[in-house]
Design a protein around this ligand. Structure first.
Ligand code: SAM
Length: 286
């Protein structure tokens, strides 16, 4: 029977980890920086007695640190060989290894069993970063906070503020589901094998803003996609190009007191919501 043990008990990586052939197609760049592991896990806050979900546990380097602090870890790994290794490495009453594509994972089911919204963590497989972020957004009702490692450029876009070079569709989409902040960046040599890019850990607290801003998720997000459709165009032109009547777009921007020449990149989420509301009050959705 497993009993809480010294942290070192979980720090044993798969013995053959350095020797294992990695699958680049599955984004297998294993974190090899103990301090970074500690910072990632600490960024989730107090995990005592809680169930935490890890996406892509790989060789278990983050899983081990989670197992020491959390009540239970649900580790979702696609690679059969790695899932087997995790089952050998960790006691099943502490770490439940789910061999599955994280994109198909049912977060709501685990949250219902745990009886609370869950923390999620992952050094993500970069080839499916955006689909995973959208999956987490769609599962927001089951989630409390996510601490995620992604390619630095993606974290820059996710956390960007209006008017900055990186602000765009991804920033607004993610931030509509709650605030996102960059925590720290790691160089390629913090991983084995090293990826071609720097990596950034960011924290995302799930607190959707649709009700507070008075917009409907199902039509606001498509509107935001239209607003950012072409970076060099003004918002009015982007809206026209995606089917809004020019007069409606102009009237909505005037009513929301937005410069008719503004680009979406300059507009806060609040301003975009104000334009959406004006558009919908001028021409209620059919
Ligand atoms: N957490 C480990 C670490 O930090 O060393 C591994 C991180 S590695 C960047 C990404 C992990 O995600 C790999 O173990 C890979 O096999 C796994 N993975 C890839 N695609 C996946 C998917 N669709 N669902 C779940 N896991 C996936």
């Amino acid at each position: 029977m497993f009993s809480p043990s010294p942290q070192s008990a979980f720090r044993v990586h798969l013995p053959s980890r350095q020797l294992m052939a990695t699958k680049p197609k599955l984004g297998q760049n294993f974190l090899d920086d103990a301090q970074a592991v500690e910072r990632i896990v600490a960024s989730l806050g107090d995990l005592s007695g809680r169930t935490v979900i890890e996406i892509g546990p790989g060789g278990g380097v983050i899983t081990g640190a989670l197992a020491v602090r959390a009540g239970r870890v649900v580790a979702v790994e696609l690679d059969h060989r790695l899932a087997l290794g995790l089952r050998v490495q960790f006691p099943p009453d502490k770490v439940t290894v789910v061999e599955q594509d994280a994109l198909n994972f049912n977060f709501a089911e685990v949250a219902a069993i745990a009886g609370e919204r869950l923390p999620v963590v992952g050094n993500l497989p970069y080839y499916i970063t955006s689909p995973i972020l959208l999956k987490l957004a769609a599962s927001h009702a089951a989630l409390d906070v996510a601490v995620l490692m992604v390619q630095r450029e993606v974290a820059d876009r996710v956390t960007a503020r209006p008017g900055s070079r990186d602000y765009g569709l991804l920033s607004v989409t993610i931030q509509m589901f709650g605030p996102a902040e960059s925590l720290f960046t790691l160089p390629p040599d913090a991983f084995s094998p090293p990826p071609d890019v720097h990596s950034t850990v960011f924290r995302w607290r799930f607190a959707p803003r649709f009700a507070e801003l008075g917009v409907e998720e199902t039509s606001f997000l498509p509107f935001v996609r239209s607003a950012f459709a072409q970076k060099r165009k003004t918002l009015a032109n982007n809206l026209r190009a995606t089917g809004f009547a020019p007069a409606d777009a102009a009237a909505a921007m005037a009513q929301a007191a937005i410069d008719p020449q503004a680009r979406a990149e300059a507009l806060s989420i609040e301003s975009l919501a104000a334009i959406w509301k004006s558009l919908n009050s001028a021409r209620p959705p059919s």
